[in-house]
Design a binder for this molecule. Sequence first.
Ligand SMILES: [Zn+2]
Length: 331
Amino acid sequence: MRKIWWNWDIRMRWHWGFSMTEESFVQNCIKEIDAAGNYEIEGIVIWGFLRDRHGGINAAKHVVEYAGEKGINIYPGVGIDDYGGVYYDGTHCYSLDNYLNEHPDAQALRKDGTPDTHRWPPNDLTARKKACPANVDVISFYKESLEWLVETFSLKGIQIEQGDSGLCYCDRCMKKIRREVPGIRSSASDAAERIPEVVKDIIIKKPGFTIISETYAGLTNEAASAIEPLLSKYPEEIILSWQLYNGPTPYDHAGKFLIEPGCGIRRKHGCAALRTNSDVFYGEIDDRANIEKALKLSAEAGLDMTYIYGEYPDVWPVTAGNYRTWAEMAR
Ligand SMILES: [Zn+2]
């Protein structure tokens, strides 16, 4: 299986300072890149790749260039309608916040009619504006931003998401027939309409470019039957990612498997997202047995890529054990 480490910039703990400064961000990335080769990792997903507060374009270039020297790819997180666009947080013209400041009619609305925002992860005290998934004008902005991102950093791939923080309640969205997947807070049909359109030109221009697209769904019979009618909208060049395992927390000691035996998806490629051992799950935890089980089920389902959070350093012995088990099972 192809192996990816997945990160929020400001949750990375490889160095001091949670990437709140340029030095901290670059050092967090460098230490993670240095370790990636030990686990045969091909690429590192970074959400919040571009933020003014941690050095913007210069810091991001430094990271991509360093990764390239070590044979590791950086796959920035690209948000569509949510998660900031390609420039997550700052004054840059390809930040979604700035587009929506100039085009307030394109902003998503909450149930009470007020403009919608989304703040994540919890240690980010600033919220990003969300765009309305019925707005088609913003699609050209996403395409132009993405082309700039790919060219500026000579990228070999991205991860792309349409958002998982709730629906838009504007009049146009309320009239749309939206397909929702049980347990997912976004609309699977909004993502299927918009993500393939945004990446269409990159697929043609850059053969072999890696595009990982989040479904937010597990591989259960219920989720698969809800998404199945939309799959034909995604060209095979887009690798759909399935969130099929969530790790244990102090409130749920078992962890949660969202993969049912025999529930495969008829696609050439697919990514098994293993979400464990991160701040989201309240910290470091020895999760080797569940990681092993999740990857066995993923291989049986025909998935040929996997990601796990790479936010914690492997000088932490429990984390190192999780990474080793994951890498061995994914071999
Ligand atoms: Zn809307």
